[in-house]
Design a binder for this molecule. Structure first.
Ligand code: CTP
Ligand code: CA
Length: 224
């Protein structure tokens, strides 16, 4: 299907957005996952499309409706998300809004683990690939702009700045998900944009407004 692209500052630009949680199976009926509605990633995809970008939207199993006019790639696990991301490169910019599970179950079972009174299963874990770090550190074909997210508690700016350095992305969109902020699962977000110019805190606003502001910044950065 040929998507229809808007005319705008991002016309002719191809942008990857990852979104949603990943699900890591324990057995055919059980999984571990992060909490993520996919709302912020979806809003970012929509805002980029509205500015003319060709958006490839790689999403885990999220509740949010899929963005119109984006190319949708559905995945379940972190490993599948990495493969999908590698398959859509090269892109001009990449935004990693997915809440990727840090670990997968080592030796997930192909058959359902049956409950037995008094016998508790023990799960072992393996580390999942870091998709944002992998793309940020590409020697060839790295996107011009790589944007990560960081949901943090406590010293949000310090954690997010360290994360940006560690992963090698250009920007980190940090937010404070301490329970008292009420951000987690809500329709609003209060973010701080961390770049090589420092930390810039934006006022609390709707997730759509955050997405529009971020899309405008991306358009400006790619134009420079
Ligand atoms: N991310 C990713 N692949 C992973 C883990 C995270 O692409 N396996 C991306 C997320 O999409 C996000 C950023 O990396 O853009 C930061 O994710 P986060 O979970 O905050 O970072 P971690 O390095 O996993 O650190 P933490 O211990 O805080 O979970
Ligand atoms: Ca993590």
């Amino acid at each position: 299907i040929q998507a229809e692209f808007e005319e705008g500052p991002l016309t002719g630009r191809r942008i990857l957005v990852t979104s949603g949680p990943t699900h890591e199976p324990i057995d055919p009926v059980r999984y571990i996952a992060n909490r993520s509605s996919g709302a912020q990633g979806t809003a970012i995809a929509r805002a980029l499309t509205a500015l003319g970008a060709e958006v490839v939207f790689v999403t885990g199993p999220a509740d949010a409706a899929r963005p119109d006019r984006a190319r949708i790639v559905e995945v379940e696990t972190a490993q599948e998300m990495l493969e999908a991301v590698e398959g859509v490169m090269p892109v001009d910019a990449a935004v990693f809004a997915a809440a990727v599970a840090d670990w997968r179950v080592d030796g997930a079972s192909d058959s359902k683990i049956k409950k037995q009174a008094g016998a508790l299963p023990t799960l072992g874990f393996k580390e999942n690939p870091d998709i944002l770090a992998t793309v940020s550190q590409l020697k060839q074909g790295r996107p011009d702009l790589v944007v990560g997210f960081a949901a943090e508690t406590d010293d949000v700016i310090a954690h997010a700045t360290a994360k940006r350095d560690r992963k090698g992305c250009d920007w980190i969109v940090a937010n404070d998900v301490s329970p008292e902020t009420g951000i987690m699962g809500g329709s609003e977000n209060a973010v701080t944009l961390i770049s090589d110019e420092g930390a810039e805190s934006w006022p609390r606003m709707g997730k759509d407004a955050v997405a529009e502001e971020l899309a405008a910044r991306i358009a400006k950065a790619l134009a420079e």
